[in-house]
Design a protein around this ligand. Structure first.
Ligand SMILES: Cc1cc2nc3c(=O)[nH]c(=O)nc-3n(C[C@H](O)[C@H](O)[C@H](O)COP(=O)(O)OP(=O)(O)OC[C@H]3O[C@@H](n4cnc5c(N)ncnc54)[C@H](O)[C@@H]3O)c2cc1C
Length: 297
């Protein structure tokens, strides 16, 4: 399919100009375009029919990764490829690289952005559960210049739903500072290697003496949108890195508490089994990173 006619293409240089362009149109008639990897499929299929495309590529300050005492600050226009090759993102932030290195193919990773993934919130996307697992906060700027921040888990709703208001732009993603003994990992399983996942699991944990003191567990690929697994988080606390049975019990708790759906790709029970098996691998990688090993997927 080819898109319905698009009247205007704008390439603003500032956030204020991008929001001003959005404000010139009725709701839904103008849309931001980041990497275009999701949006253009919807435009070509005429599921989305914008009259104006606002290209964010040249907007100042929306791209790049800053590491500081406050943790990580990632511009929404940062592309997967940049995240994948950033050597600073190991240990506590290792899940980011795991997710970014396996999104689609090289072309998608060179074009697609972390902000586009979060704002689209596709059912099978990798960044939404990763952002929730890492405790990310999203910063949104409105047309009047005001900003608000919210936890990724509050921003991300059901598939293709977010808490973004029509007059807002995502301007930053922040992730808390890395603890000394913290590690995180993400792993997915899809029908084709590196394709969209049927299930993706992110775990971020802190450990002392090889024993987990706190954990966050998030799962993607769900009909209800990405979710935290609170029972698994509680069950992981106190579990030692080499306690395979304890890790398995925590992941079983995740599988039992999370509602999974059946569809063309996998039935509900298969998804639960993926949560158990992927979850155990991810926990092992996260423990390894917390201990200073650079174990990826
Ligand atoms: C072949 C293929 C394979 C893929 N495989 C995977 C995979 O394995 N894992 C995975 O997670 N994803 C996968 N994807 C999806 C990919 O990750 C997309 O890049 C991502 O979902 C959207 O990012 P984007 O930068 O392309 O955003 P776009 O498509 O440009 O935009 C997506 C949406 O976000 C909005 N938006 C973008 N930036 C902002 C902003 N700063 N503020 C407000 N709104 C904004 C846009 O208006 C639009 O509604 C795949 C895509 C393709 C084509």
């Amino acid at each position: 399919m080819y898109p319905a006619p698009i009247d205007e293409y704008v390439r603003p240089a500032t956030v204020a100009d991008a929001l001003a362009a959005l404000g010139r149109y009725e709701e839904g008639d103008a849309v931001f375009i980041a990497g275009g990897q999701s949006l253009m499929q919807a435009v070509k299929a005429r599921l989305v029919r914008p009259r104006c495309l606002i290209d964010l590529q040249a907007v100042d300050g929306l791209s790049g990764i800053e590491v500081g005492a406050e943790g990580l600050r990632i511009g929404p226009m940062t592309r997967y490829a940049e995240i994948a090759r950033d050597a600073r993102l190991g240990g506590a932030w290792g899940a980011l690289g795991d997710a970014a290195r396996r999104v689609g193919d090289r072309q998608v990773r060179n074009r697609g952005t972390v902000g586009g993934s979060l704002c689209w919130n596709y059912v099978a996307a990798c960044m939404p559960p990763t952002a929730i697992g890492l405790g990310a906060t999203l910063e949104l700027t409105a047309a009047d210049g005001s900003t608000r921040s919210m936890a990724a888990e509050d921003f991300l709703g059901g598939p293709l739903e977010t808490a973004r208001e029509e007059n807002e732009i995502l301007t930053a993603i922040t992730i808390p500072p890395a603890g000394a003994n913290a590690g995180s990992a993400y792993k997915k399983w899809g029908l084709v290697t590196d394709a969209l996942p049927v299930i993706g699991v992110c775990i971020a944990l802190e450990a002392e003496g090889g024993r987990c003191t706190a954990a966050r567990v998030a799962v993607g690929g769900l009909a209800g949108g990405p979710q935290r697994a609170g029972a698994a988080e509680a069950a992981l606390a106190g579990v030692a890195a080499d306690d395979d049975a304890g890790i398995a019990a925590a992941m079983d708790a995740a599988a039992r508490e999370i509602e999974t759906q059946g569809d063309l790709w996998a039935d509900s029970d298969y998804r639960k089994q993926l949560i158990r098996s992927l979850g155990a691998d991810v926990a092992a990688s996260a423990f390894g990173r917390a201990a200073g090993e650079e174990a990826g997927q």
